[in-house]
Design a protein around this ligand. Structure first.
Ligand SMILES: Cc1cc2nc3c(=O)[nH]c(=O)nc-3n(C[C@H](O)[C@H](O)[C@H](O)COP(=O)(O)OP(=O)(O)OC[C@H]3O[C@@H](n4cnc5c(N)ncnc54)[C@H](O)[C@@H]3O)c2cc1C
Length: 393
């Protein structure tokens, strides 16, 4: 059996960061990265934004960690089982590879409503992106299903590309529960201005595909027709390996301690699939990359705790935001606008405690936001207005 010092299952964003982490402390150890896709690790966020906007070329999505000396990559290979006692990963065709240390970084996959087909697409992988990109080489009527981040980004990206978009969401209005109503309305108005038909309160129950295209049947018994459907209706952690090996948490995922090690001292995990005790799944880039790097360092002998408060971001037309902490529109929100809806900072307060910050078309303000969130003092409009807004100055 071939054995490596480090084996990483899942060739994604956390894996790429883990290689850098390992190499900080171990220049020579052999590393094998096993990925089920036919690509080296790549950035996923551009799949629902920059790659549609033509301000990023496809070849620029690829990450570079696997090009380092001593790193081996096996693509198109799904790891099928783990033997913790033998320290081995089972691959197709009864092959096994041995590890001294193992990292699980299998990410998450889109939840499916109906099987993918020539008319039904899920946003989540480069393979699927290429399939959809080809299908949209000419102008089409697209049903975008899902009111979350992916649905919002795809509705914006595809309407910007000139496609006719009907956006089906189960919420009462876009960004409900996340942005305060005045901002949500302002952004929804931009979607409508770009020709998007917003069909709120329309949870899709089923999608029929026929020669004419797709028919989405909603819980209110309405039918929406289009040439094709693009779905972003949630994700599921790819945790089968961990479940079968007894490394999964109660709510799934790979359960890790603060050093990102699982209940097996030779197995670490990071990214979308990892879950810390009492925590919830965090599925965004800053989290996956920071966690991946620390897990890599710890595999190579460090003992760093993962205490990073990660941020997330999104792009919708000319709007872009970076956010950190709890963004719950039911909290009280202090709004600090330079121009309403165009540039400003929103502070989310639980009583007098600052719990979340949304930087709206304001860049580089996350370190300031993080520092504010770490302060123990009580806060309100008077203490917060102007604290981040001019982050660049
Ligand atoms: C379309 C899209 C847009 C996004 N936009 C943003 C954004 O704007 N901002 C933000 O902060 N985050 C965004 N994210 C989230 C961010 O990309 C993820 O949090 C990050 O990619 C997670 O990294 P990961 O390494 O855990 O998983 P991934 O990058 O998903 O990599 C996991 C890899 O493991 C593979 N795998 C799974 N099981 C196996 C197995 N058994 N054997 C071998 N390989 C396996 C998977 O196929 C995948 O290639 C977006 C994600 C998507 C899909």
């Amino acid at each position: 059996m071939e054995t490596y010092d480090y084996v990483i299952v899942g060739a994604g964003m956390a894996a790429d960061a883990a290689i850098a982490g390992i190499r900080r402390h171990d220049q020579d150890g052999t590393i094998l990265v096993i990925g089920d896709e036919h690509f080296p690790p790549y950035q996923k966020p551009p799949l629902s934004k920059k790659l549609w906007m033509e301000d990023m070329r496809m070849e620029d999505v690829f990450l570079r960690g696997v090009g380092r000396p001593g790193v081996h990559l096996r693509t198109g290979t799904k790891a099928q089982g783990l033997d913790l006692a033998r320290q081995a990963v089972t691959l197709p065709d009864s092959l096994t590879v041995g590890y001294k240390k193992l990292m699980l970084a299998m990410g998450a996959r889109p939840r499916r409503l109906v099987p993918p087909s020539d008319a039904v697409y899920y946003v989540g992988s480069l393979t699927e992106h290429i399939r959809l990109f080809r299908a949209l080489s000419s102008s089409r009527h697209v049903l975008v299903v899902g009111g979350g981040f992916i649905g919002a980004e795809m509705a914006a990206a595809l309407s910007s590309k000139g496609h006719q978009v009907t956006w089906l969401l189960q919420e009462d209005y876009p960004f409900q529960g996340f942005f305060p109503k005045n901002l949500a309305d302002y952004v929804a108005a931009e979607y409508r201005r770009r020709g998007v038909v917003i069909a709120a309160n329309q949870a899709v129950a089923h999608i029929d595909v026929d020669a004419q295209g797709v028919k989405a049947l909603t819980h209110t018994s309405k039918v929406f027709m289009g040439d094709l459907a693009v779905l972003g209706v949630g994700v599921i952690p790819n945790d089968d390996l961990a479940r079968n090996a007894g490394l999964a948490g109660e709510s799934g995922g790979v359960l890790v301690n603060e050093e990102l090690c699982s209940s097996d001292p030779r197995v670490w995990a990071a990214g979308d699939v990892a879950i810390m005790p009492g925590g919830s799944f965090m599925m965004h880039e800053d989290h996956a990359v920071t966690q991946g790097k620390i897990a890599g360092e710890n595999m190579a002998g460090s003992h760093k705790a993962y205490t990073h408060q990660s941020f997330f971001y999104s792009d919708l037309y000319h709007f872009g935001y970076e956010a950190i902490g709890r963004l719950d529109a039911n909290l009280s929100v202090v709004e600090d606008w330079v121009i309403f809806g165009e540039e400003g900072v929103l502070y989310y307060l639980d009583g007098k405690r600052l719990v979340g910050v949304l930087n709206w078309n304001v860049w580089d303000g996350i370190p300031k936001a993080r520092r504010l969130l770490q302060q123990d003092s009580s806060m309100d409009g008077t203490t917060l207005i102007g604290k981040i807004r001019n982050a660049r100055e």
